[in-house]
Design a protein around this ligand. Structure first.
Ligand code: CP
Ligand code: NVA
Length: 300
């Protein structure tokens, strides 16, 4: 695997290998012999805010023996209009890999093509593959028969998280229900091209959660969508994960959130706190999953 640009571009075997390696790295976190990034420098280029992704990548690069340099959008000439392909060619001659968070999957892919160095998607407008990998690791740890599980994604069904979930379900074959209002559903064409077998999209949140093993949500207002806040908060209200919706699943589902969480919006504070053990394990798993990605792209 040369890059990690999306879940869409992966396949089941690669995902399963990454998950196994993430579990191994988690169990051997302090193993001083695992240093595939020794002597290497990685750049983090983030034009959007981050807590989990930035911290987990900086720590992960360090634990694997490498050095991480962080650049916000304003630190680089990129912020003053230097083309992505020029930035990529400079970086490619100096650093060994790049981890990019931006608002353009196309720019990320251009960087990967022009830099010649391993490039990792740390969130774009289209996908958040690192998060879904950590989520799958978390589910796999809790549900032995996880590939037969039924996952419900509630809220903005057309955001980067929902899209990465769609591709994960398409590759791995578990059932995915997206519960979202009409204006916030993934394009039918996308669902079709993912192979719509196990993926359903509905406006009915209560029906969607019935029989689900996992209830998953993300912020209703993704970064860059702030101008639409008021409308989103109103339209998405019926998709809030609250006690009633958890009970409507008819199970004791895993309640997951990629974080940051906005209490009383996409999830109530009581449900979040009742599931905090799982949700913060999910956050920690970012570190282990991304170390597996780093190791895979350097061939270590
Ligand atoms: N879930 C996630 O990516 O969190 P950050 O935006 O804090 O990195
Ligand atoms: N959909 C969210 C994910 C945050 C981790 C966003 O893009 O802001």
């Amino acid at each position: 695997m040369q890059h990690f640009l999306s879940i869409e571009s992966l396949d089941a075997a690669t995902l399963l290998r990454l998950l196994d390696d993430a579990a191994w790295l988690k169990a051997h976190r302090r193993d001083a012999t695992v240093k595939p990034l020794a002597g290497r420098t990685w750049a983090l280029i983030f034009t959007k805010s981050s807590t989990r992704t930035r911290v987990s990548f900086e720590v992960g690069v360090h634990e694997l023996g490498g050095h991480a340099m962080f650049f916000s959008g304003n630190d680089l000439q990129l912020g003053r209009g230097e083309p992505i392909r020029d930035t990529a060619r400079v970086m490619g001659r100096m650093v060994d890999g790049a981890i990019i968070r931006n608002d353009s999957q196309a720019d990320l892919e251009e960087f990967a093509a022009f830099s010649g160095i391993p490039t990792i998607n740390a969130l774009t407008e289209l996908e958040h593959p690192c998060q879904v990998l950590a989520d799958l690791l978390t589910i796999k740890e809790r549900l032995p028969d996880w590939r037969r599980s039924r996952v419900c994604f509630l809220g903005d069904g057309d955001c980067n998280m929902a899209r990465s979930w769609i591709w994960a379900a398409a590759h791995l074959g578990f059932e995915l229900v997206i519960a979202a209002p009409g204006d916030f559903q993934p394009p039918a064409e996308l669902v079709r091209s993912a192979g719509s077998g196990g993926i359903t999209v509905t406006e009915d949140a209560r029906a969607a959660v019935a029989g689900c093993d996992v209830l998953y949500t993300d912020v209703w207002v993704s970064m860059g969508r702030e101008a639409e806040s008021a409308r989103r908060l109103e339209i998405l209200q019926p998709y809030q994960i609250n006690r009633g919706l958890v009970e409507a699943s008819g199970k004791t589902p895993l309640v997951m959130h990629c974080l940051p969480a906005y209490r009383e919006k996409e999830i109530t504070g009581d449900v979040l706190e009742a599931n905090a053990g799982l949700i913060f394990e999910q956050a920690e798993n970012r570190l282990h999953a991304q170390k597996a990605v780093l190791r895979a792209v350097v061939g270590g």
